[in-house]
Structure formats: structure tokens, C-alpha cells
Design a protein around this ligand. Sequence first.
Ligand code: FAD
Length: 442
Amino acid sequence: DKSTGRPTKKKVVAVVGGGLVGALNACFFAKRGFNVEVFESREDIRQAKVVKGRSINLALSHRGRQALKHVGLEEKIVSQGIPMHARMIHSPSGKQSPIPYGKKGQVIFAPSEAETYPNTKLNFEHKLHDWTAETGLMTFVRSDGSKEQIKADLIVGCDGAFSAIRKQFLRRSRFNYSQTYIPHGYMELTMPPINGQFAMKPNYLHIWPRNTFMMIALPNLDKTFTCTLFMPFEEFEKITTGDEVIEFFQKYFPDTIPLIGSDALRRDYFRLPAQAMVSVKCSPYHINDKCVLMGDAAHAVVPFYGQGMNAGFEDCIVFDEIMEQFNEDFSSVLPEYTRVRVPDDHAIADLAMYNYIEMRAHVNSKWFLFRKHVDNILHFIMPRTIIPLYTMVTFTRTRYHEAVERWHWQDKNDIFLIFHTWLQAWLFTALWGCLGKGHNDL
Ligand code: FAD
């Protein structure tokens, strides 16, 4: 049994998983004065000679920024990001057309890295093996195979989509759980700079919608783009040679071949296998006053609304707000967190799945584009009544489930609202006409 060796003025909070959400959560608990211990299975990437794994660059939007702001990290992270003002749609012929995100002045940022708050102890190479809900006793396996037992007052499970903490929840009665793998996988390819400059316009989320396939590209600070190709696994597997890669890109993404480079394409396509994407929904998020799940451990969502990390960051701020409300009493805070947060996280999981279909198919359709314009015009005329769903999700902290309810309401009522606005405008003009006439008669 290892004690944390710190003066125990406050309780010990163990954050299991030092990914994006775990690192941010540690800051929230540290700011409240808890003794925070973060346990991460990987080695410290700041000291690693070789950094293994993928390099997903992420769109950080309003919800995530609000959470970062709360712990004083917003400026630090945002200054490392590249603002994206609009989507840039690439047609198969190479034609590019921008679709704005919403009001001017609203941007999304793509940070390349997230740093941790200093006031917390990080334990790398600690892989959670097992834990007990009754006592809060956790067993970790270190890289040399040795085991270590550590006790905490509160365990915060931030260990990602395949959470080891969640395994204990699965053994308990009345725990709801579902997971769905989508038929698509993803692969990352790098588009290098050309003459030291971005190969495409940097302040856009570039999208190549091709019905069942899709590629997106996000800018990085080093002037490269990370291109992510989403495609059914069976299609990935059909391509087995370099020539087939080029043939495939020639057919669907010809404008990217000179930008990525055909030699790089032939090589990089086979560097790593395509990765799977899973959607996980569960409830409740807590066990007694001992343990709570946050981030992907509670709700892995498919990455088609750019909200996975943002939702995870918002989890931290919502939890913190409830901590304030209930005076840090875990036995009240944890059930309230489940009550408040489950409907919202389930809503964003559903929306992300919905967008998975929309981004693939509808972004090409004239009806979809027309509806987007109508929504934007209505938003301009009635900014308080009509707010496009994307705006609510990406640029506000409207609760996800309320955004969905409002979206359904707007969808049902938009014809009525157009008529109502038109009638108001007509009455207004007619009234002024009458007044003008009356004045002339005098
Ligand atoms: P993770 O980042 O998975 O971190 C979990 C951590 O726990 C890891 O460091 C892991 O090593 C550690 N761990 C796991 N098991 C153990 C164990 N047994 N013991 C100790 N430690 C353990 N989100 C956005 O908001 N915007 C985007 O644009 C976006 N794009 C995406 C694109 C793709 C292709 C994908 C796949 C996801 C994208 N996401 C995006 C989602 C985002 O990546 C995740 O929501 C986010 O990383 C979740 O953070 P997390 O900390 O909960 O989990």
C-alpha cells in the first residue's frame, strides 16, 4: 500500500488516464485544493525518445474553450491553434466552395497539444489492472511488471473508449451499456508544406465528400495538413498495392495527389492499418460516492461533429459547477452529475452518428445546402428564435439535449416562422404606407 506522502488537508482524488480529459480534470481538482494523482499507462511523452501512436489534431470549439478558460489554460492552448472560419468543400473535379460556419467572428481552433496544470502529481507507466468500488483500492501494473496498490477517496475514470475503470461498472446491476462500431475506419495522411507555405488555404476545414467515402484536412502549426480518410473497412482492404492507391486517389481525390505527393501516398497508405471508430453510451456515470466516469470512458462518440474532446472538456466544467453547488460533497455531487450529464452526452453521441451520415451524403445535395441557407437567413432575421443546430453545438454551451429538442422544434416550425416574418414585414410596410398616405392627405 502506497500513501501519497502529502499532507492530507483535502481528500485524495485519483484521475485514471492522463489523456486530454484526464489532464484537464486534474487541473480542476487541483484548483479546488484536492490531492490529485494522475495515473497514465503510457510513458511520459515529454521524455519519450520515440512517440508511438497517432497524431489526431482536434477542433477545439466553445465548450472546450470555456473549460480551459476556467483553469487559466485557454490563452495558452488557443494561441497554439489555427482558426478555421469555414468548411471548404472539394468537388471531384477539384472545384473548391466555402460554406461558412455561422456568424462572422466565430472560429474553431485546432490545438496541436494540451499541457497539464502543474499543481498535480503525474504517475506515468501505471496501467490500471483492477479496482474495488467499496474501498477505492486500485491495482496498477508498472512497465517492469511489478504491481502497486493505491487508495483514493474519489476515482475519476478518464481512461478512454476502452476504459478499464468502466469494467467494474459492467459487473454491477442496473448499469446500461451499449457500443456500436461503425463500418468505417480512418487513416491519417500528411500533406506537407509547399515552398514553406500551406499547400491549401489554412483557415478552413477542408472536406472531400464522396458519399460512402470522405476525406477531411485540418491545418497544423508546422504548415502541414493532417488529412483523415474515412472509408468502409472493406474498401480500405481492397487496396493492396501502391498503384491501386494512386488509382483510387485519381478517381476520388485527384486534386490531393500533387499536394500529398504520389510517392508519399504509395508509402503512407500502408504505414498503419485503418483505425476503428466506436460509439459508447452508458449510464449511470457513477458508483456511490467513490467513482465517476468522464470523457470517452463515459461516452465515446464517432468523430463527425468534432465534439468528442469538447464534450469531455465540458464534462469537467459541469462536474465542477455541481461541486460548487453541493459543497464538494461527493455523495450528492456524483448522482447529480449522472442526472445532469447523461442526457447531454447521449444527445451528442446521437448527433455525431447523425452527422456521420449527413457529412458523407447530404453535404453534396442542393436541398441540404438550401436548408443551411434558410437556417442562416432565419437566424439573421430572428437571432433569438432560430439558431442553426451546428451553431448551438459548436459555438454555445446550450445543453446538447436542449439543442436537439430546439432543432426538432425549429425544423417543424420553420415554414410557419418564414410566413410569420413575411406577414410582420408586410403589415409593417402597409402600416407605414397608410401613415404616409394619411400624412399626404393633411
Ligand atoms: P483518451 O484521449 O483516449 O485518453 C485516455 C487515456 O487513458 C490515454 O492516455 C490512455 O493511455 C490512458 N489509459 C487507458 N487505459 C488505461 C489504464 N488501464 N490505466 C491507465 N491509463 C489508461 N474531438 C473533438 O472535440 N474535436 C475533434 O476534431 C475530434 N476529432 C477526432 C478525430 C478522430 C479521427 C478521432 C478518433 C477522435 C476525434 N475526437 C475529436 C475525439 C477525441 O479524440 C476524444 O474525444 C478525446 O481524445 C477523448 O479524451 P479522453 O481523455 O477521454 O480519452
